[in-house]
Design a binder for this molecule. Sequence first.
Ligand code: MG
Length: 404
Amino acid sequence: MAGPTITRVRTIATSPGEGNIQRRLIVVKVETSEPGLYGLGCATFTQRHSAVRTVVDEFLAPLLVGRDPCRIEDIWQTVHVNAYWRSGPVMNNALSGVDMALWDILGKLAGLPVYQLLGGKCREGAAVYRHADGATLEQVEERVRQFMAQGYQYIRAQWGGYGGRQALPAAPDGAMPGAYYDPAGYARSVVTLFDHLREALGFGVNLLHDVHERLAPIEAVRLAKLLEPHRLFFLEDLLPPEQVDWFRLVRQQCTTPMAMGELFVNTQEWRPLVEERLIDFIRCHISAIGGLTAARKIQVMCELMGVRTAWHGPGDVSPIGHACNVHLDVMAPNFGVQEWAGFLDVEREMFPGCPELRDGYVYPNDKPGWGMDMDEALAAKYPCPEGVLEWTQARLPDGSPAYP
Ligand code: MG
């Protein structure tokens, strides 16, 4: 008997909540010839959401209709090269939406959750880290203590937003408006912050910090070295993808653990870092690298090299994307920690079967596939707003453009 074929591929866009342009979610729905059998995948690239929709709806749908949804690897390879020019966050997110939806369909056909298809659980739940920030040292400490009291064992501490919140040096006359930060003041403030937190809290809690690529490379090396005594669980995105060669110097200077990769979109970006063991945690944004099929290969290579996983889990990932993170987390022997932004109530209502968080651990659904659904009528009540991103218009104190 012939198996099901793909009959329809389309995107569903929604921005649950208060019309936030930073939570424009894109989900791909792949429907099949078998009544009621469909899959859902995350294709969320909130900053360029309509570009991803165009790739899926205008280019991938006609390519995929009529194909066998179980040939996931074949379809991944076919879509990956179909535009001849490949990679990049727009095309990878489109590919991810299809890829995750196909894994969902395969799970439903097998009657098994996706983590079972990958080899089964190594752990029941995945430990998560939460984000604690505040305008003063005392506020950051208080927020960390609140998370500890709620059972969290891993907490990322930031004094101010990314790049800190220090007084800015004067800019030249006529400097452009933008999201200004001062790398030098920020770097000093991070050491002060962790001096304070370790003094107040001791070493029993796992503390993390995100540099968000906001330092010049040699300043980044120095910060990693200065933070060695504070024994962070990891230091996140210390360098921009364009400057990863500097990780060799970091390794020569200190043992502060490095987590890297939320901006990566291409195999060539992460492979040398893992091969040379220059990082300790890989934290790609799974939809930006092409979905579960791509992430699974990275996870296996990292396992062989002693590198752990810490997949990117911000608010601009759909609940389907978070489920994909968690299914990989519970099966991977080299899982490290999972970033957790938490769901809005309306997201949980819109995506029945969301992963559940209890006492610092997140648990996948045990139903077939992702074990989730999407209420399209509810999604339609929250259309994606248009707007220009402000926070990525980053500038240095002298007014020049900077990494956001
Ligand atoms: Mg980050």
